[in-house]
Design a protein around this ligand. Structure first.
Ligand SMILES: [Zn+2]
Length: 82
């Protein structure tokens, strides 16, 4: 066939389901690709992931992440007041 649709497929690393590019959740960092077909698979992965992190890295990453969401929340509250 001269004309074929080539859509990149991903495989969910949690349940093994395949899904096309543009669907699901794909996270890339440090040459590692994390692919999840749904939020529930991402949640499953995340729970185990934080257990596997060493305590120091976890504390640092958790604090930083909480802080950035706190800042986002504050920013949203400010815009609501106006
Ligand atoms: Zn999945």
């Amino acid at each position: 066939m001269a004309y074929s649709m080539k859509v990149k497929k991903h495989t969910c690393i949690v349940c093994g389901r395949t899904f096309p590019e543009g669907q699901g959740i794909v996270l890339r960092r440090a040459n590692i690709e994390l692919t999840f077909h749904s939020k529930s698979c991402l949640t499953k992965f995340f729970r185990l992931f934080i257990e596997n992190l060493d305590e120091g890295s976890f504390k640092k990453a958790a604090k930083e992440t909480i802080k950035s969401f706190e800042e986002q929340r504050k920013a949203r509250m400010k815009t609501k007041v106006i």
